[in-house]
Design a protein around this ligand. Structure first.
Ligand code: GLY
Length: 371
């Protein structure tokens, strides 16, 4: 078991010293069983477990048992699997259910599942009764390496992903690697896109390690998988600790590939492409955009494509998603635009990206139309 700290201390001002929101990511096999003790020790007398329907009888049941064993009074709420649950309706159902169950500020919310449940339950926890403690228990790869860490919560609108949400840091994250063993292959592979992302944006040595260990990771060999998850979580924790609110530009680097990805996800209809698949395609497009702008050598574009393919991820959008105009319109509504202008995170080499503003629309257009 490894513990990775997300450092979010209060400022040095005396009035703020107590405001240390730092927390731990507990990573490793079998860690699900630790959640009850963690919630109890943090003062949680009651807990509401919000779980994805797909894991309700497996991982969520284990979490519930751990809470009960620790003496925490716990109830379970299930939300349907899939991106459609990141909606106003789903949030409304949970708010009403929390009210019906007289959830109060001593109640901790425990989100068990993938990114959808984590984002939804985090958002509902942040907004109910002006904010409840939330624990993230990610059971998918994409959630363990990315979405459960860093406090981004939210729901989608028809016009775009994550357009309504708040930063709401969890009290802790429990990432049990054993839960990855039963993930459907497509979902597991999709999560690897975010892992590749960390290599591309920050850690060239990790990128090279992924190239060497792709087969072991795909086979879900414990040692390789554990290293991939721990290194990714540690990078994410470090970035969040240094730029929690995406102000300095460091955290924005985590959006590498995501401007393209969100456009493809929205255009395809939520749930058609898995998030990680869209991110893989988005990174491949972003690298091509960087190459067209003379910021990246073709070798790097090819090397990134090769690693994505080795991990069985797509590098081109599905048929029907090559029409640039609707995709550019969606990108224009993305919350990552600045003053109405598109902003892209573009690599200049493996392990380094830059924020680039003012990219001409016709260059983006050409990259989107590319086969
Ligand atoms: N997934 C990007 C971030 O958490 O900032």
């Amino acid at each position: 078991m490894t513990t990775i700290r997300v450092h979010l201390p209060g400022t040095a001002a005396a009035s703020d010293l107590a405001n240390d929101r730092s927390y731990d990511i507990v990573c490793g096999g079998g860690t699900l069983r630790s959640i009850g003790g963690l919630v109890r020790d943090a003062g949680g007398r009651r807990a509401v477990v919000v779980s994805d329907a797909a894991v309700v009888t497996t991982h969520a049941a284990q979490v519930l048992a751990s809470l009960v064993t620790a003496g925490v009074d716990a109830a379970l709420l299930e939300v349907p699997s899939g991106e459609a649950s990141k909606s106003i309706d789903a949030a409304g159902c949970l708010w009403n259910e929390f009210a019906r169950q007289a959830v109060d500020r001593d109640t901790h919310v425990v989100a068990v599942g993938g990114g959808v449940v984590g984002d939804l339950a985090g958002f509902v926890a942040a907004t109910f009764a002006r904010g409840l403690s939330v624990w993230q228990v990610p059971t998918t790869l994409v959630a363990q390496v990315d979405s459960a860490i860093g406090g981004k919560t939210g729901i989608n609108l028809e016009s775009g992903k994550n357009l309504v949400g708040v930063f709401w840091q969890p009290r802790g994250v429990v990432a049990d690697i054993d839960t990855l063993a039963t993930l459907p292959p497509r979902e597991f592979i999709s999560g690897l896109a975010e892992v590749v992302k960390y290599g591309m944006i920050i850690d060239a040595a990790f990128f090279a390690w992924l190239e060497e260990h792709a087969a072991a990771i795909l086979a879900r060999e414990s040692a390789a998988l554990t290293h991939a998850v721990e290194r990714s979580a540690a990078i994410k924790a470090d970035v969040v600790g240094r730029d929690e609110r995406e102000i300095s530009g460091l955290r924005a680097a985590l959006n590498y590939g995501h401007t393209f990805a969100h456009a493809y996800e929205t255009a395809a209809g939520f749930g058609t492409l898995l998030h990680g698949e869209a991110v893989a395609i988005g990174m491949a497009r972003a690298a091509r955009l960087a190459e067209r702008l003379g910021r990246l050598s073709h070798d790097v574009v090819a090397r990134q494509d090769a690693l994505l393919r080795l991990l069985q991820l797509p590098v081109a959008p599905p048929a029907g998603l090559h029409d640039a105009a609707p995709l550019i319109a969606i990108m224009g509504r993305d919350k990552k635009t600045v003053g109405g202008k598109l902003r892209f995170v573009l690599p200049s080499r493996i392990g380094h990206v830059e924020l680039v503003d003012g990219v001409p629309d016709d260059v983006v257009h050409a990259v989107l139309q590319q086969a």
